[in-house]
Design a protein. Structure first.
Length: 493
């Protein structure tokens, strides 16, 4: 008579034998190889073509008071989100009140509304696991929301209440100013941040709305009445574009928008100032921010860039791929082959409605600072003098085109693009024209735009580092004898 242990052992052996027979049967009958096949070389791999991009359906209409609305239904998840885009920006704040725009948005959001003070406003959102955010940036102001579709009436009501009836309590302004003061005090802690901030000043000019920074003195000039006045000038129905995407019924959404925003008629007329003029202040020159505690240099080199709607912008992005992309010339030659950089980059900067900045730079050892700068300039000049190789063109174009589909990962991206294109006056198919031009870019196009747009002679060169450790000195660059020292001491500290 078998005991339990022996019985279990016999069952296990029978099970194992059956499993082996089943495996042999499946392998022979279905011709499954017993060992893995030899993997293919990566050059022999084939992949299906990328699927054709399908844009979501959207509706655009306008309320009687001037609000432009974009709606996209997306029922994949029970969520709804939206953004209100306002024609404003910190470039419109007075020169002696730098910081006013961003503080207006912060206090607007954190201060709650006339009906719902800050704590109550935040508690209502927390109870619904929803959010509302606000910000004013260089060229626009935004208020956004998000939450569950079942909570849409409540969350959208709070969102529109904040837009129409912010309270701007003095206590929130005091808190915001205290936080900004902390940021001012710490702004020189990061040498990379110093380099970026000072390069912008050297190109646009320190008084330009695109380069100004908040100081203790400009902060002291801001009071609650200034926040209210800035809000009343720029938050208006006729300067607002509203976009909503998510799990909603179109007609119900339209009715909700009409209910909450259709009767909004501010007492003050909207202000739309002319855009600030832009020109390059320094045409060349070498500038130094001496930081004796550093053992490496942070280098920024740049000149005025361009606009996104420049006819040659697609070709310039291909040039970017050849020059500064991962696997581009700066990475391969300056960093990898010559070993002159921890990081290196080059980018043609472009914005929607004011010129961006072309900048190249990176981080290098103090003693290789001059060699690094010379190496970057050499690559810029090579782009102008020599046609690029076919494989470089192919790599740069494919890098851009293969990532193009990530612009359409979700309907929200399409919604935001439509809103931005309308805001800045771009055609709604701008992104597809851009794609077609990238595909058509040739070797000759890259050399042409490099010759036309890159200005090595106008490069502003800025180094943040330990001046005594830079050997050879910066004065050895192209016979430059004048090095301008920049003082980054914080006024009033």
């Amino acid at each position: 008579m078998l005991n339990a242990k022996a019985l279990n052992s016999k069952k296990y052996k029978l099970f194992s034998a059956g499993l082996l027979l089943l495996t042999l049967f499946v392998t022979v009958f279905f011709h499954i190889p017993a060992i893995a096949s030899t993997p293919k070389h990566y050059t022999d791999l084939t992949f299906p073509s990328l699927p054709e991009i399908q844009l979501p359906d959207y509706e655009r209409y306008q309320l009687d008071n001037g609000i432009t609305v974009y709606l996209i239904e997306d029922h994949e998840l029970p969520l709804v989100g939206g953004t209100a885009l306002f024609r404003t920006g910190d470039r419109f704040e007075p020169a002696d009140q730098v910081g006013l725009a961003s503080i207006t948005a912060e206090v607007m959001r954190n201060g709650g509304t006339v009906q719902y003070p800050s704590d109550q406003f935040n508690q209502l959102l927390e109870d619904k696991a929803a959010f509302i955010e606000a910000g004013i940036y260089t060229t626009s102001g935004r208020v956004g929301f998000g939450g569950l579709s079942e909570d849409l009436p409540t969350v959208f009501g709070l969102f529109t209440d904040l837009i129409r009836n912010p309270s701007f309590p003095q206590a929130q302004l005091d808190l915001a100013k205290t936080q900004v003061k902390g940021g001012i005090a710490r702004r020189n802690d990061d040498p990379e941040g110093i380099a970026g901030r000072e390069l912008v000043k050297l190109i646009y000019g320190e008084d330009s709305p695109y380069a100004r920074v908040v100081e203790y003195s400009t902060l002291e000039n801001i009071n609650r009445e200034d926040l209210v006045d800035f809000y009343q000038k720029y938050f208006h129905p006729e300067t607002m574009i509203l976009g909503i995407v998510g799990d909603f019924n179109l007609q119900e959404m339209k009715a909700l928008i009409a209910e909450k925003l259709g009767d909004w008629k501010p007492t003050q007329k909207a202000v739309i100032p002319p855009l600030p003029k832009v020109s390059q202040v320094n045409s060349g020159g070498i500038f130094m921010v001496d930081q004796p505690q550093l053992t490496q240099s942070y280098v920024e080199m740049g000149h005025l860039g361009g606009l996104l709607n420049d006819p040659n912008y697609p070709e310039l992005t291909v040039m970017d791929g050849v020059l500064g992309g991962f696997g581009g010339r700066l990475f391969n030659n300056v960093r990898s082959r010559q070993g002159l950089a921890y990081s290196v980059y080059g980018n043609w900067g472009a914005s929607y409605d004011f010129p961006g900045i072309f900048n190249a730079g990176g981080q290098t050892r103090s003693e290789t600072t001059v060699a690094f700068i010379q190496g970057v300039k050499t690559e810029l000049e090579r782009l102008q003098k020599e046609p690029i190789k076919p494989e470089e063109l192919a790599y740069a174009k494919e890098s851009t085109l293969n990532s193009f589909i990530f612009n359409f990962e979700d309907p929200g991206q399409t919604l935001w693009r439509l809103m931005q294109y309308e805001y800045y006056g771009y055609p709604k198919d701008f992104i597809f024209d851009y794609q077609r031009q990238v595909e058509a870019t040739t070797i000759e196009d890259v050399q042409r735009v490099a010759q036309q747009y890159l200005k090595p002679e106008n490069l502003v060169i800025l180094v943040v580092g330990n001046e005594k450790m830079i050997n050879p000195p910066l004065s050895s660059l192209d016979g430059q004898s004048k090095i301008t020292t920049i003082d980054v001491t914080i006024p009033g500290s």
